[in-house]
Design a protein around this ligand. Sequence first.
Ligand code: HEC
Ligand code: HEC
Length: 149
Amino acid sequence: MSITARPLLGPLLLALAGLAVAAPDAGNLEALRGSMHLDRDPAPARIADPLKDQGIQDREYIHQPPLVPHQVRGYEVDLKVNQCLSCHGWKNAADRNAPRVSPTHYESRDGLTLSDISPRRYFCLQCHVPQTGAKPLVENTFTPVESLR
Ligand code: HEC
Ligand code: HEC
């Protein structure tokens, strides 16, 4: 046993050394912030112009948070005020001619239905995104599920 094990040790160490060399070279990786050092800030990216009102957008998969089809500039959302809810909450939606948030927005994480918007659905823009004319940062080939095409 020990006679065959010893000659194997050399090649094994060489193989491990090879692995270390094959690991990615951190110096050549390009992060989204570019090659800027962490102690300096890159010039802030210009946010592309938001698209004007486009009407309800198709959904690409069943549980997708629908895209925001209008501009959101100036809509305040903080501890005291939630302007999104002033149009999309159940109380005002009909008057404002806006779609109501669905009942899932009133569910706690344990599945209980609350009488007001659930804290985990309070910050709307966490899930719903307005649209801009920006080019995608990463190429992708995603297509919607068959039933939604
Ligand atoms: C002044 C009223 C108003 C405010 C404030 C408002 N919305 Fe809307 N929103 C609308 C209307 C009206 C529509 C429907 C647009 C249409 O039919 O073309 C809509 C559509 C949407 C939709 C699409 C729903 C779907 O089923 O596709 C989302 C998502 C949405 N808004 C999110 C938001 C968020 C997030 C905010 C706050 C940042 C917000 N809205 C603030 C009026 C408003
Ligand atoms: C944690 C993610 C999340 C947050 C936060 C959130 N939503 Fe949604 N929203 C969704 C998802 C997912 C859907 C689609 C499935 C569903 O209804 O649950 C949706 C659906 C909607 C719809 C369409 C409802 C329908 O019946 O078609 C509207 C309008 C909407 N959200 C508005 C809002 C507003 C306004 C807020 C903030 C008060 C908000 N959402 C916060 C995830 C979120």
